[in-house]
Design a protein around this ligand. Structure first.
Ligand code: NAD
Length: 390
């Protein structure tokens, strides 16, 4: 149970690039990082517009001289201070992640980076090598993985409660972009521009979320090959897709599919993962994150509830309140930020045992997300053909 007691020896001095006024994702980063006292916000380059960024930064309590015009100025100035930044979160559009993440690592900072980490596997591998060389932590915000019932699924699958795993069915299929809403919405506009979004829209923007959940629940599962078909139902989005189906075969003989979609009219979020074994199935839906279905063949449906004593201890460790009271996305993100902070502290101490005991979406998850999108795009653009996963 997390109850406000210190989780790290001292809050990590932390800053943000992006996430400023009007941004979609900035507030949840700050809420997650600050909730449990593991980080303290001391600096930021919050906005493309320097003046607006400074006004925003001072408005949330950052000293005016530590609200910078851009990330280069921030990293340079903070490096000169005895109380300078130790970690930074990057909450800017996709096309900027690689350069900012690289600069942060070169400046010796730990990083929390938005997904997708970058555009190509080669770039992602370069960031991984740099992070390893600098012994810095890179967290990637696959935020849904912080929901406690994801840990429960991982433990039940590892214990064999589902039997042999046969099928993994995943989707993130919302309806918010069923029309060309980008004409009036800047945060959607860059998402359908290949220069800022990268080689895909929905595959990288949302499909990688349930994909990462499958990596947490089924760490042994390795993709052998995949096939992807992608469409732009709103024609102006081409070549980027607003719908995609990806079929995967795993080394174990299991199969999986991911439906990534922003034109699922009427659907709010529609992120689900169903893991089907030879004896039973588990299903989790992000719109009801405090419940998970457990269906044993031939028996009545069981609904497992967050916070209940029958869950595995790992699924209870991050609770802030008992079962019945709903926890949500903000708590899930906070859980990840606590793990990032613990990893940063362990890394600074050179404590490899502590680092190995922690699991969180880190640089490997970032690389894997980029690699998956790259393979999906290659398959789709070749006419939805099977491509080996290397
Ligand atoms: P947004 O367009 O709403 O906001 C982007 C913010 O970054 C703005 O404040 C903008 O001024 C600022 N910015 C842009 N370039 C900058 C730069 N070079 N330096 C400083 N600030 C800069 O975008 P958003 O929807 O918040 O998305 C940001 C990132 O977060 C994207 O990579 C997106 O994929 C990701 N995201 C992740 C999740 C998740 O669940 N993990 C959810 C939504 C968005």
């Amino acid at each position: 149970m997390i109850n406000g007691e210190n989780l790290v020896p001292a809050p990590i001095r932390w800053g943000m690039v992006g996430g400023g006024r009007g941004s979609q994702i900035g507030y949840i980063h700050r809420s997650a990082a600050l909730r449990d006292g593991v980080f303290t916000l001391v600096a930021g380059a919050f906005d493309l517009d320097a003046e607006r960024g400074r006004a925003f930064g001072t408005g949330i309590g950052v000293a005016a001289e530590r609200c910078y015009a851009d990330y280069q100025a921030m990293f340079a100035a903070e490096a000169q201070r005895p109380d300078g930044l130790q970690a930074v979160s990057i909450a800017t559009p996709n096309g900027t992640h690689f350069a900012i993440c690289k600069a942060a690592l070169e400046a010796g900072l730990h990083v929390v980076c938005e997904k997708p980490l970058c555009f190509t596997t080669a770039e992602a591998e370069e960031l991984r090598e740099l992070a390893e060389a600098k012994r810095r932590v890179v967290g990637v915000t696959y935020g849904y993985a912080g929901h406690q019932l994801i840990e429960q699924a991982r433990e039940m699958i590892a214990a064999g409660e589902l039997g042999e795993i046969r099928i993994v069915q995943m989707q993130f299929a919302h309806g918010f972009h069923n029309e060309a809403v980008e004409a009036a919405n800047p945060a959607t506009k860059w998402r359908v521009d290949p220069k800022m979004a990268g080689p895909s829209y929905v595959l990288g923007d949302i499909g990688t979320h349930p994909l990462y959940l499958s990596e947490v629940m089924l760490p042994q599962l390795k993709i052998r090959r995949l096939m992807c078909s992608r469409q732009s139902f709103v024609k102006s989005r081409a070549p980027l897709e607003d719908n995609a189906f990806t079929l995967m075969e795993y080394d174990s003989g299991a199969v999986g599919c991911v439906w990534s979609c922003a034109v699922n009219a009427g659907s709010m979020h529609g992120q689900k993962i169903r893991v089907i074994g030879s004896k039973a199935s588990l299903e989790w839906w992000d719109e009801r994150p405090n419940q998970m279905s457990f269906e044993v063949q031939g028996k009545p449906l069981q609904v497992l509830e967050r916070g209940m004593g029958y869950l595995h201890p790992h699924a209870l460790a991050d609770d802030r309140i008992g079962g019945g009271h709903p926890e949500g996305l903000f708590e899930a993100w906070s859980n990840l930020y606590v793990r990032y902070a613990r990893a940063m502290v362990a890394s600074d101490r050179g404590d490899t045992a502590a680092l190995a005991a922690l699991h969180y979406p880190g640089i490997d998850a970032g690389v894997e997300g980029v690699r998956w999108v790259e393979h999906c795009v290659r398959s789709a653009d070749a006419g939805a053909v099977w491509v080996d996963y290397a």
